[in-house]
Design a binder for this molecule. Structure first.
Ligand SMILES: NC(=O)c1ccc[n+]([C@@H]2O[C@H](COP(=O)([O-])OP(=O)(O)OC[C@H]3O[C@@H](n4cnc5c(N)ncnc54)[C@H](O)[C@@H]3O)[C@@H](O)[C@H]2O)c1
Ligand SMILES: [Zn+2]
Ligand SMILES: [Zn+2]
Length: 369
């Protein structure tokens, strides 16, 4: 069948084009998309800064309705609303069996390359050139084929745009706090960067019972949103030394710092900025392809921990439905996280706004009925 999708033919070349989508094979499903979130990882990938090579279809957050299922599919049926899990783990390698489904040993030859779990693609250009599914998901397309493990059923009353952002921003941000850092109640915390991931971290800190929660960004409007989502204090990193400002707010320095930027500037800030015995958690990927010098002294003399968090350490089938329920119970303010809505054709504008810092929180592509 044909589907209109966000095609990156080569790095920095994006077009909304019609491509060919093959039907689902065994254990795969066809989903009609209703919403797809715009994550900075899509932008990094479009710019050629992450692992998956073009040609590819962008998008990894998303939600829609199951249209058709391949043979052997048991978890969903046509008509079911689902959110897309961009980490369809094999569920049988030693790492999966250890409970680390976000680190499945097969991803290096499947999801990160941009294939489905059987190592092949269902996508090609109209000229017949094979196209990768970004993170096995490629949600910025009217229709997608994903592995059954990539579909998490959701209740009918959850808006598709909310389900979409749970798949990456919320899972990654809340998961970094709850799963990776396992923050005890009463801890002090700071969050660097208040986009989709950082605002989700702030909500994760609030869920975990942190106090105070300091939000750090370079854009004042993001800091205002951060306060609405649970930050008790804010620092604009453009106004002088961030670490000095943090010390003025928390003289002993915070127990935890979560870095949703992950740049050569912020990673050392996170590690230096936590208290002795504290924990810095790096989530952002702005410097994923750079080497960043870290002083062993910061780690050793003050007994600090430096953690990485990939996809919030989530076990998707267990944790994504829990996040959906926290939203339904009013414990996660996800409606406020979606501040910009776009048509698929407007994706270039969404990327421009993300680079300019003018997206208030999270942008979502809405597909027409
Ligand atoms: N580890 C993971 O599994 C994972 C998952 C998803 C996204 N990511 C990465 O997380 C990062 C954030 O993604 P996002 O979608 O929230 O991006 P975003 O662009 O929406 O948000 C980034 C925020 O950081 C702020 N910022 C930039 N430089 C800053 C600085 N020096 N100090 C303080 N704030 C600064 C920006 O103003 C913006 O508000 C990206 O690099 C993305 O690729 C990682
Ligand atoms: Zn993402
Ligand atoms: Zn596995």
């Amino acid at each position: 069948m044909k589907t209109k999708a966000a095609l990156v033919r080569e790095s920095n070349k994006l077009a909304i084009e019609t491509v060919e989508l093959d039907p689902p094979k065994a254990k795969e499903i066809l989903v009609r998309m209703r919403a797809a979130g715009v994550c900075h990882s899509d932008l990094h990938t479009y710019r050629g800064e992450l692992r998956t090579e073009p040609p590819l279809i962008l998008g990894h957050e998303g939600a829609g309705i199951v249209e058709e299922v391949g043979s052997g599919v048991t978890r969903v049926k046509p008509g079911d609303p689902v959110l897309v899990n961009w980490l369809p783990a094999c569920e049988s390698c030693p790492t999966c069996l250890n409970g680390h489904f976000n680190l499945c040993e097969n991803f290096n030859t499947t999801t990160f390359v941009g294939t489905l779990l059987d190592g092949t693609s269902r996508l090609k250009t109209l000229e017949g050139v094979s196209v990768n599914h970004y993170l096995g998901a490629a949600t910025m397309s009217e229709f997608i084929v994903i592995d059954e493990a990539g579909a998490i059923p959701i209740p009918n009353d959850v808006p598709f745009e909310i389900a979409a952002i749970i798949g990456c921003a919320v899972a990654t941000g809340v998961g970094a706090v709850i799963n990776t850092a396992q923050v005890p109640a009463g801890s002090s915390a700071a969050v660097i960067g208040c986009g989709g991931i950082g605002l989700s971290m702030i909500q994760g800190c609030q869920l975990a019972g942190c106090h105070p929660i300091v939000a750090i960004d370079v854009v004042d409007s993001k800091l205002e949103l951060a306060q609405q989502m649970g930050a008790t204090h804010t620092i604009n990193a453009r106004n002088g030394s961030t670490l000095k400002a943090l010390r003025r707010l928390i003289p002993g320095r915070p127990d935890y710092i979560f870095d949703s930027v992950g740049s050569a500037k912020t990673i050392p800030q996170a590690l230096r900025g936590v208290r002795a015995g504290g924990t810095a958690v790096i989530v952002g990927l702005h410097s994923a392809i750079e080497e960043i010098p870290i002083s062993p002294g910061w780690l050793v003399f003050e007994n600090k921990r430096l953690l990485g968090s990939f996809a919030g350490d989530v076990r998707p089938r267990l944790d994504l439905p829990k996040l959906v329920e926290l939203y339904r119970a009013g414990r996660l303010q996800l409606d406020k996280l979606i501040t910009n809505r776009y048509l698929l054709e407007e994706l270039p504008e969404a990327f421009e706004a993300m680079e300019a810092g003018t997206i208030a929180a999270r942008g979502v592509i809405m597909f027409e009925d």
